[in-house]
Design a protein around this ligand. Structure first.
Ligand code: FAD
Length: 462
């Protein structure tokens, strides 16, 4: 049968655009449908606008700190509307580039929603379109908790359309988006409460990093409320009231649900195409990103594996090379370096101490110090933590973690080393760059502790 396209991509976000563009470059006839915004979450309501707002908070703090370095700087306040205008213009520019990139590579684009009619046919706006292969790259959507008054709360998308800085904010959730939003809003002048169910935020991160970020944010004046969940939100006299499970209440001008994202598969018609999902709606795929229908693929946040932009683009590129470039390959999900843009930020790659110790004995190296800049500025809540986890048997560095200024920038290079299987000896023989914080990663000489070591009797039995 002759199909309209060799590949039809549903979703013009990080994964879909990369796969479409590279596939077309390999000579395939490709189309993409995007129902909301070209560039997807990252460009429009995720990484990019968020990082611009993180930058905005940094400028304010640098301006305050400049006095200690001899500058006379008068800060008259922050203009939310001016920041929003500049941010939105940048997003529009980038989103436009995404659209043009596709057209420039010969990809047919549809500004429309696409849904399955059958396993080779899609309804795209008011057109029926067939394709030999289909890629589902529809991303995810933020979720609210199912509590009374939930509709009064905002989701992460809404930060980027707020007309003004809310004076008092409650953030529900303890994941990376919750903490980043707390730092942004607090850094721009809001009073912020974060409430989360666990004892520590950032589930899945190294425990030392989780404890240190609590210390840093609390010292700066962000109110962290562990071990609680909201039970109800109500509008009272023009503001919001959040009831908490510990019977306390918080008054707020805005409440954000940062309580996770669900794969965007609702209403896609997957049943008509015979594509199976998990109970949460994530598309089930094999190592080649093939769904239960071998000619229908899925990648990015919709498979809910490593929900990060570089993972979406890397897997999209690899799939295009495999299908149309005569270069079969996979992008690895291991040792993906990542950052949390709190203030100070977190950078991490590889295993946490807990994960590593569960696999066998490890040596743990930890250092904490005040960076030189803040010895001078006197700014509180800016202590740096650096940590290496080293396999006792092989000397390989299994995990590297940092909370401190430039952690995201530093961790990219450490990620290369860890991905290549660098040993502690490799780190030790590397000459540091002085004076930097990064040099501490190559001068960690004293083991803080060992972990994952079995008691002698148990070790002998194994
Ligand atoms: P998306 O980028 O979400 O793209 C999916 C697209 O599909 C959307 O544009 C959607 O409109 C479209 N679509 C959905 N259904 C249909 C349909 N039926 N028809 C047509 N179009 C459809 N990642 C990082 O690496 N670093 C960060 O700092 C970072 N910060 C983030 C901050 C926030 C607030 C959020 C929410 C996310 C952040 N992420 C970050 C995650 C990152 O944005 C995602 O991992 C990435 O965008 C996933 O790409 P994707 O292509 O899978 O999905």
């Amino acid at each position: 049968m002759a199909y309209d396209f060799d590949l039809f991509v549903i979703g013009g976000g990080s994964a879909g655009v990369r796969c479409a563009r590279i596939s077309a470059g390999h000579g395939a006839r490709v189309a993409v449908a995007e129902e909301r915004f070209w560039g997807g979450t990252c460009v429009n309501v995720g990484c990019v606008p968020k990082k611009i707002m993180v930058n905005a908070t940094e400028y304010g703090q640098w301006a305050e700190d400049a006095a200690a370095f001899g500058w006379d700087v008068e800060i008259k306040g922050h203009d939310w509307a001016r920041l929003a205008t500049r941010r939105n213009a940048e997003i529009e520019r980038l989103s436009g580039i995404y659209g043009r990139l596709l057209k420039g590579n010969g990809v047919t684009t549809f500004d429309a929603r696409a849904t399955f009619v059958d396993d080779h046919t899609l309804q795209v706006g008011d057109q029926r379109i067939t394709a030999e292969r289909i890629l589902i790259a529809t991303g995810g959507t933020a979720q609210r908790l199912d509590i009374p008054g939930a509709e009064l709360g905002l989701i992460s998308d809404d930060l980027f359309t707020l007309p003004a800085l809310p004076r008092r904010v409650v953030i529900i959730g303890g994941g990376y988006i919750a903490l980043e939003f707390a730092c942004i809003l607090h850094g721009l002048g809001a009073e912020v409460d974060v409430m989360y169910r666990a004892a520590l935020p950032l589930r899945g991160f190294d425990a030392d990093v989780r404890a240190e970020v609590v210390e840093a944010l609390t010292t700066q004046g962000i109110n962290l409320n562990p071990d609680v969940s909201p039970t109800r939100i109500a509008r009272v006299d023009g503001h919001l009231m959040v009831n908490m499970s510990n019977n306390f209440m918080r008054e707020a001008d805005a409440v954000f649900f940062c309580t996770g994202r669900l794969p965007n598969t609702h209403g896609l018609g997957l049943d008509k195409a015979g594509v199976t999902t998990t109970a949460e709606g994530a598309i089930v795929v094999d190592e080649e990103h093939r769904s239960s229908q071998p000619h229908i693929y899925a990648l990015g946040d919709v498979i809910d594996r490593v929900n990060l932009t570089p993972m979406a683009t890397a897997t999209g590129h690899a799939l295009a090379d495999t299908l149309f470039g005569n270069k079969p390959r996979r992008a690895s999900y291991d040792n993906v370096a990542t950052a949390v843009f709190t203030n100070p930020p977190i950078g991490t790659v590889g295993l946490s101490e807990e994960e590593a110790a569960a696999r066998g004995p490890v040596d743990v190296y930890v250092t904490r110090f005040t960076p030189m800049r803040h010895s001078i500025s006197g700014r509180k809540g800016r202590r740096t933590l650096m940590k290496l986890i080293v396999c006792q048997k092989t000397d390989r560095v299994l995990g590297a973690h940092m909370l401190g200024e430039d952690a995201a920038e530093i961790m990219q290079g450490i990620g290369i080393a860890v991905g290549m299987g660098a040993t502690k000896a490799d780190f030790d023989r590397t000459i540091g760059i002085h004076p930097t914080a990064a040099e501490e990663f190559v001068t960690l000489r004293t083991r803080a502790r060992e972990a994952g070591v079995l008691p002698p009797a148990q070790a002998a039995a194994e």
